[in-house]
Design a protein around this ligand. Structure first.
Ligand code: PA5
Length: 405
């Protein structure tokens, strides 16, 4: 993975960026002390692989119940790379929609189903509600043996662990010192990915190599991005956009949005993270980006060697003869180059190149953005690990429901 700055706007430039990195060098120590971002726990990895294999051999569908940090990393990988997975994963517990629940139960008919409920302390209402309904459904389907279809991922000592022990469900540990959105390299994401047949060790290897890169003070991409985003924020750029030309990255962008919004959006501060799924969004927000109020800058996530397909030839004249002999990627690359050239005239753009999309690259990207987010929040002066606003929403909803009982 490489990060480069493209700036013809005159606002940032290489020299300024170097200055900013020097000024913020002291914050690297904070990032480098965050060992728990990548727990080196071989027993935990073996457990995820062992149980993942059992479920993969038996299940048609794994229903993952979890919200926010409890599902986004695994879903990002699955939605991008999982189309060949034999076990289909359903991602639920994201809302209180009866329509979605009824539709899911329809889809589960005649399938061999396992459920993985993921919740840090099992107080959040969305997973609680969905788990109750699905638990009853499993009991109706499998009778007394239903318990062997349930895997709970929760913190030691939590209500979820108690529920697991009382009912003989499998239990995987959600480390108590890891907050939800930073839980990528724990069973929270590793177990569902193991069920889907992904090589979770490759993902961890990608993260380990990235960790080594980010420990060094010189040419450090996390320090560069964290420094630049704070500087641009101070200079009136209130929105940061993650753009990509491969729509299969949309769920990765949701993970990215949560990472930065929940970690930095507090104390009346923080860049607002937005997403551009191109080229589709160039036909909507593309207009605003180029000629609307100058409030955003952009990070392009670019895949150098994506899946490709040759464009069909045709004997029906259609006005697109200039496409003959080209591939889908030739066209996509032309659109990317044109967009980067145009946007970087107006505001600073960063370009992250990855060779291809696979487990290793996702490991690199997850670690890179988690680390960058921690550094950036520290520079901004906020705590990257709490989310008082989100907890407030949870508490108020629960209080209003209890008051009506
Ligand atoms: O990052 C976080 O901590 C949050 O987004 C949580 O993951 C989310 O609110 C779900 O919480 P829980 O796992 O306790 O159900």
């Amino acid at each position: 993975m490489t990060l480069t700055l493209h700036d013809n706007s005159g606002l940032l430039g290489e020299e300024k960026l170097d200055d900013l990195c020097r000024k913020n060098l002291e914050y690297l120590d904070f990032g480098n002390a965050l060992d728990w971002l990548l727990p080196e726990d071989s027993e935990m990895i073996e457990d995820c692989e062992w149980l993942g294999t059992i479920v993969r051999q038996n299940a048609d569908v794994l229903v993952v119940i979890g919200v926010g940090g409890s599902n986004r990393a695994a879903r990002a990988v699955y939605e991008c790379l999982g189309r060949k997975s034999r076990v289909q994963i359903e991602w639920v517990g994201l809302n209180y929609s009866a329509k979605e629940m009824n539709a899911l139960l329809e889809r589960l008919k005649y399938k061999e189903v396992y459920v993985n409920v993921i919740a840090k302390n099992f107080k959040t209402l969305e997973p609680g509600l969905w788990f109750r309904t699905l638990r009853n459904w499993l009991r109706e389907e499998y009778g007394e043996e239903y318990y062997s279809h349930i895997i709970c991922t929760g913190t030691p000592g939590s209500d979820l662990q108690k529920l697991s022990e009382d009912n003989d469900y499998y239990f995987l540990e959600f480390p108590a010192d890891v907050c939800g959105r930073y839980s990528t390299f724990t069973p929270v994401a590793l177990f569902p990915l193991a069920v889907a047949g992904f090589n979770i060790r490759e993902m961890i290897d990608g993260a380990k190599v990235m960790r080594m890169v980010l420990q060094k003070p010189g040419n450090n991409p996390a320090l560069m991005l964290a420094s630049a985003r704070n500087y641009l924020y101070e200079n009136g750029y209130k929105l940061e956009m993650l753009s990509f030309f491969d729509p299969s990255l949309e769920h990765f962008s949701k993970w990215w949005v949560q990472m930065f919004a929940e970690s930095e959006g507090k104390c009346g501060l923080g860049l607002f993270p937005v997403v551009g799924s191109f080229t589709e969004d160039l036909h909507s927000i593309g207009q605003y980006i180029q000629q609307g109020e100058p409030i955003l800058y952009e990070i392009f996530l670019n895949v150098l060697n994506p899946e490709d397909r040759q464009i069909d030839l045709t004997d029906i004249p259609d006005g697109f003869e200039y496409l003959d002999g080209k591939s889908f990627n030739d066209v996509n690359k032309a659109a990317f180059k044109a967009t980067l050239a145009t946007h970087s005239e107006r505001f600073p753009c960063f370009r992250i190149d990855v060779v291809s999309l696979d487990e290793y690259v996702f490991g690199e990207l997850f670690y890179f953005f988690m680390f960058t987010c921690c550094l950036s929040a520290k520079i901004l002066g906020v705590n990257p690990f709490d989310q008082p606003g989100v907890e407030g929403y949870k508490e108020k909803t629960i209080a209003s429901l209890k008051a009506n009982i």
